[in-house]
Design a protein around this ligand. Structure first.
Ligand SMILES: [Zn+2]
Ligand SMILES: [Zn+2]
Length: 83
């Protein structure tokens, strides 16, 4: 399966940001460096824009969405310029 980030359709890294305190976790530790509780780093970091994202989508879904947006924009432009 090829999954990509929803923002850029890019590859991603697993997030290392602790859910509880939004700080970087040490990769070999399951404890938050701030509150010392056991925590997890959920989500993913987009390799393209560096944003954190919780969900991924299939590459084909992403491309279908982009294509739809493109068609909509073209339709808008047509309406605007009366072509
Ligand atoms: Zn992105
Ligand atoms: Zn914490």
């Amino acid at each position: 399966m090829s999954e990509v980030t929803t923002c850029c359709g890019s590859s991603y890294e697993d997030s290392t940001i602790a859910d509880c305190c939004s700080v970087e976790m040490y990769s070999n530790d399951s404890k938050c460096p701030v509150c010392k509780d056991n925590t997890e780093a959920t989500g993913y970091i987009c390799n393209e824009c560096g944003n954190w994202t919780e969900t991924l989508e299939e590459l084909i879904e992403y491309e279908a969405r982009i294509h739809e947006n493109y068609l909509e924009e073209r339709a808008d432009a047509k309406r605007k310029y009366g072509e």
